[in-house]
Design a protein around this ligand. Structure first.
Ligand code: CS2
Ligand code: MG
Length: 431
């Protein structure tokens, strides 16, 4: 489904701060919604000279909210603006809305921001990372998602990811007594591969079950077995996915210390940033958080008190390259590194934006990389590479991604929702 928007300037003229030089005036902005394997929302901005830029506006399970925010409330404000004025456009969209922050607003602003960076870099004839300070490393260490319902299946999944070239591995497993658990491929898709987010195409979210005590009893033994099988050096990561209380997270962090994890992610919900003080006090297992955060204010205490070691936000969810760069620079002052979110519900456009940022910043940590499905690759022609466990955005001018409208037209949007959990007594719980 592709939605186009008016290409004539708004009646009252442009919202630009000053007269716009001809060639780089924004002539049109299209909100492109498609579903090649999973739903994506993409913004394409075109200048009067015909230069195009892409931005990712995908919010898994709430895609149409962002598509409408862009189409109905942002795009009309962009027409006639100078595509070069990235900072003014960001501040204008953030402040002129009056209502600030939140996942929908910041994903919409992110899409505009990244599309304008794509245009600026194309006009300069440079890959985007060159405009962000140039390369600070040869390649970007990536981690992949291994999982299993039992140890043999988990070991096979780890070996498969090592064979695919990954040099860092996230480990997620089933839990005895729990039917379906986040992150375990064999449950998420018939193919036994965790190809894309388990957002189920259905009119309603799927209910799954959860038992934190069973999880806490089970996971340390899994990592003991993985270390025994694969040795002490392989960087291992684990995602708690917001399901523990702070004291439960502290216990798991402590129980996992002998297995030397690269990080324990989303160990507890962190709307109350101070909750991490208790976890930090009890364990030296490195902590990562932030994939559901959307502005620097979600991190303020966490970063200033060094309550985590890695910032998880994606460019797509945090207001774009302009905003995430500032968050990562703030984090760098406290020796905190990047761990940008990279599941398949971040589109190849959002992934490419992350890679350009990963390559340029000094406090790079690691990049999540779930491979997109072949259908997704038909719609988004990417130029990034994955060699020997490391990603590189490539040196094509701009982001290095093109959107194939013809291919996209074959994949209509379908409502899809992430599952939710209920505890044994029926209480809703974080998934
Ligand atoms: C997960 C995500 O990759 C991760 O770390 O937390 O896959 C998350 O479940 C999805 O992005 C939700 O859409
Ligand atoms: Mg996560």
């Amino acid at each position: 489904m592709t939605t186009h928007t008016p290409t004539t300037p708004t009646p009252q003229g442009s919202t630009a701060p000053s007269a716009t030089p001809g060639g780089t005036a924004i002539r049109s902005a299209e909100v492109l919604v498609s579903s090649p394997g999973r739903n994506f929302v993409t913004l394409r901005i075109t200048t009067s000279d015909g230069v195009t830029g892409l931005g990712d506006a995908t919010l898994n399970g709430r895609e149409l909210a962002v598509a409408s925010y862009l189409r109905d409330h942002v795009v009309p404000l962009l027409i006639g603006r100078d595509a070069h004025t990235i900072e003014d456009t960001w501040q204008f969209l953030y402040r002129s809305a009056y209502w600030r922050r939140g996942p929908v607003t910041m994903a919409a602003i992110a899409a505009v921001d990244v599309a304008l960076w794509d245009i600026k870099a194309k006009l300069a004839g440079l890959p985007l990372y060159q405009l962000l300070g140039g390369a600070s490393r040869r390649g970007i260490m990536a981690y992949g998602h291994a999982s299993g319902r039992d140890l043999p299946e988990l070991f096979d999944s780890i070996r498969q990811h090592l064979d695919e070239g990954y040099r860092s591995i996230r480990v997620q497993t089933s839990v005895p007594g729990v039917d379906a658990v986040y992150g375990v491929a064999a449950q998420a898709s018939e193919g036994g591969r965790y190809d894309y987010e388990p957002a189920r195409r259905a009119p309603l979210p799927a209910e799954e079950d959860w038992d934190t005590r069973a999880y806490l009893r089970h996971v340390p033994g899994v990592f003991e077995a993985v270390r025994a099988e694969f040795g002490p050096e392989l960087p291992l990561l684990h995602d708690g996915h917001h399901r523990m209380t702070p004291i439960q997270a502290a216990r798991l962090g402590k129980d996992l210390e002998p297995y030397d994890l690269f990080w324990l992610e989303d160990c507890t919900p962190a709307e109350n940033q101070e909750a991490l003080r208790l976890v930090r006090h009890h364990t030296t297992t490195p902590l990562a958080i932030g994939e559901i955060f959307n502005t620097v204010w979600d991190y303020q205490t966490i970063i200033r008190e060094q309550l985590v070691d890695y910032v998880r936000s994606a460019v797509t969810h945090t207001g774009g390259i302009t905003a995430l760069r500032r968050i990562l620079d703030f984090a760098a002052q406290y020796q905190i590194k990047s761990g940008i979110h990279g599941p398949t519900d971040i589109s190849p456009v959002g992934m490419a934006a992350a890679l350009h940022l990963d390559l340029a910043i000094h406090n790079f940590g690691i990049q999540e990389y779930m491979k997109h499905s072949p259908l997704t690759d038909e719609v988004f022609r990417q130029s990034f590479t994955f060699v020997d466990g490391h990603l590189h955005p490539g040196d094509a001018p701009g982001l290095g991604v093109e959107h194939d409208d013809e291919a996209a037209a074959r994949f209509e949007y379908q409502p899809a929702y992430l599952p939710f959990n209920r505890l044994k007594d029926g209480t809703v719980h974080d998934w």
